[in-house]
Structures are given as C-alpha cells and as structure tokens.
Design a protein around this ligand. Sequence first.
Ligand SMILES: [Zn+2]
Length: 65
Amino acid sequence: MSLECPLCRSADVADFEQDRRRRYFRCQDCYLVFADPDCLLPPEEEKAVYDQHENFVEDEATALS
Ligand SMILES: [Zn+2]
C-alpha cells in the first residue's frame, strides 16, 4: 500500500472503517484516523456546495422580510 499517515508519515496504516461515501484508515503509530485521500471532494466541488447553501440562506431571509 502506498498510503502514508498525513500526520507522522508512517506507512504503517490499516483499514479502519468504510461507509457509503469513503474509506477510512488508521495509523498504527499515532492512531490518527483519516479518510482515503482519493475519496475527498475536489476543492471546486466543496465550494460549489457552500455557495448553494449561502444562496439558499439569502433567499430565505429575503422571503421572510
Ligand atoms: Zn501516524
């Protein structure tokens, strides 16, 4: 496995958990649990979701006033 711990850079990581969206690993050295980096959303997508949320809040405020 080419994976390494993002905290201590150890390559000694083990499968920890898997949910519907992503997979998690645990470092055997520092016990950090981290998500599979391949499953993370690209930054652009996260921003798009955030922008949608902001617009929704704004629309709601306008409707209430
Ligand atoms: Zn570690």
